[in-house]
Write a protein that binds this ligand. Structure first.
Ligand code: NAP
Ligand code: MG
Length: 484
């Protein structure tokens, strides 16, 4: 572990373009999941810090930011993207240390963050209004306008990617943002704020208040000065956020995870499918909202798929983030307890295979051996609840109708994939699967920043990523001129 990469003071908040002490002067320990040590102290922001941040954002909406043209805004976002690229290795090391994710996966997140800023920088001047043919003597047109102050409450699993997709899109539309990163991982959020400052983002346009969810998070989501809230995290907190937003009558985007299935038919290209079947379950130690935790396999190829997945599981190496193995630790001792609790609930099931925690993994790290369960009934808790750890279940099915009914048989609906060579089946299932994204003969499509993303059911609502996000992060005004 090395703190040399932290070029800013992580115990401060970033408000109004400056690094400031939290008003109450309190801090929290930031843990390293790979060895359980404390990396540094971070600010324990609270109500007053959030008040200051919202006020700074509001002020920024009356400053140079408001007068900037869309191409000028876009150019600043692109410049932030370039600085992210220039610092990608440092950001990757910060994220690996803070989140525990293997270095290569952390680097991919840094590159994705740069790509989000490029994409939204380029998109800033491309969302146009319409003219509407209307009554004689009228000219009617629509204007896309920012909401104003947007609140962003993000989790610890993909800080850089989630900052890119939510803050990037919000800024592209001319909003000002207040970001509350997760207590358990906030180094790259603070680093990003400093890079944005270096790129010339006007003061107050982006503010970061670290702290506890129940304090800084609750203060932000309940704040009467916040005009839109974007939240990624658990279903329980998502419900709270939506309830609080109802008090202020503001829109919310909720991204709450899933129980995403992959459907493997007898005619599938199993060689092509195998790496996706396993990686989609163990990437970032399974702590991925779009993780694929259910593998549904038609009976004709069930044994082959299970055996070959099990062989891959047997090869999975688990260890510290900096060792850059297949799987890192979980984020915290608490998350490890939750995941081990789920694995214990599978005691009566067939444990088809497990990965290995390397022998020199530090004792204090939060390691869990990836576990593959077979012979799981679709209603079992392991096949219904989001585990958020490296655990997958393999479920057999007879025909397409049964596969669809199992796939759609949870309360979630985030992502799904179909492995089959039959085009008509691909089209039928793409329509019938309850999910915000469906992949045909792949899973995740490389994570593309261009691809709109979001869920249905308990997975939440609203879309982030891609051009689509710009609609959510803006509001529409209709102008009707009567000129005769
Ligand atoms: P979480 O509690 O929902 O945390 C997400 C964010 O919300 C964090 O920034 C958190 O702050 C904040 N928060 C917590 N309570 C809040 C409140 N009352 N008001 C406003 N903000 C609040 O999620 P978690 O505890 O980190 O993880 C628990 C479970 O959530 C996981 O096991 C997983 O199932 C799910 N999860 C899903 C995703 C996803 O990508 N969909 C991501 C993470 C977790 P603090 O962390 O600082 O308290
Ligand atoms: Mg941490």
């Amino acid at each position: 572990m090395s703190t040399e990469d932290i070029w800013f003071d992580p115990s401060l908040c970033f408000i109004g373009g400056a690094w400031v002490d939290p008003v109450a002067g309190q801090t929290l320990d930031l843990g390293n999941p790979s060895d359980g040590t404390v990396i540094c102290q971070i600010a324990r922001g609270g109500q007053e810090d959030v008040d200051h941040a919202v006020a700074a954002a509001e002020e920024a909406l009356h400053g140079p930011w408001a007068r900037m043209t869309a191409p000028e805004r876009g150019r600043i976002l692109a410049k932030i993207g370039q600085l992210v690229l220039d610092n990608a290795d440092t950001l990757a090391r910060l994220e690996a240390m803070d989140v525990g994710k293997p270095l290569k996966q952390a680097k991919a997140d840094a590159l994705a963050l740069a790509r989000y800023m490029e994409f939204y920088g380029g998109a800033a001047d491309k969302l146009h209004g319409h003219t509407i043919p209307y009554l004689d003597g009228y000219t009617v047109y629509t204007l896309r306008e920012p909401h104003g102050v947007t609140g962003h409450i993000i989790p610890w699993n993909y800080p850089m990617q989630i900052i890119g997709r939510s803050v990037g899109a919000a800024l592209a539309m001319g909003n000002a943002a207040v970001l509350k990163p997760a207590e358990e991982a906030c180094l790259t959020a603070l680093a990003f704020a400093d890079l944005a400052r270096q790129a010339g983002l006007p003061e107050g346009v982006l503010n970061v208040v670290p702290g506890l969810g129940a304090e800084a998070g609750a203060a932000l989501s309940a704040h009467a000065g916040v005009n839109h809230v974007s939240f990624t995290g658990s279903v329980g907190v998502g419900k709270l956020i939506q309830r609080q937003a109802s008090e202020n009558i503001v829109p919310v985007t909720l991204e709450l995870g899933g129980k995403s299935p992959q459907l493997v038919f007898d005619d599938a290209d199993i060689d092509a499918a195998l790496p996706f079947l396993v990686n989609a379950g163990v990437q970032n130690a399974g702590q991925t909202c779009s993780a694929s935790s259910r593998i549904l396999v038609q009976r004709g190829v069930f044994d082959e798929v299970l055996d070959r997945m099990a062989a891959r599981y047997g090869d999975l190496q688990v260890g510290p983030a900096m060792a850059d193995l297949d799987v890192g630790p979980l984020i915290s001792a608490r998350q490890k307890d939750i995941v081990e609790g789920f694995i214990a609930q599978g005691a009566s099931l067939e444990k088809a295979a497990q990965g290995q925690v390397v022998t020199d993994a530090p004792d204090g790290g939060h390691y869990v051996a990836p576990t593959l369960f077979a012979g799981v009934s679709p209603g079992h808790v392991l096949a219904q609840e989001e585990i958020f750890g490296p655990v997958q279940v393999v479920i057999p099915f007879d025909d397409e109708a049964e596969a669809l009914s199992i796939a759609n048989g949870t309360q979630f609906g985030l992502v799904a994939s179909v492995w089959s060579r039959e085009g008509a089946r691909q089209m039928r299932l793409a329509k019938a699967l309850r999910a915000g994204q469906v992949f045909l003969n792949n899973y995740g499509a490389g994570g593309g920043v261009e691809l709109p993303f979001g869920g249905t059911g308990l997975s939440g609502h609203g879309r982030e990523k891609g051009f689509e996000a710009l609609y959510g992060f803006s509001t529409l005004k209709t102008v009707a001129a009567l000129h005769g």
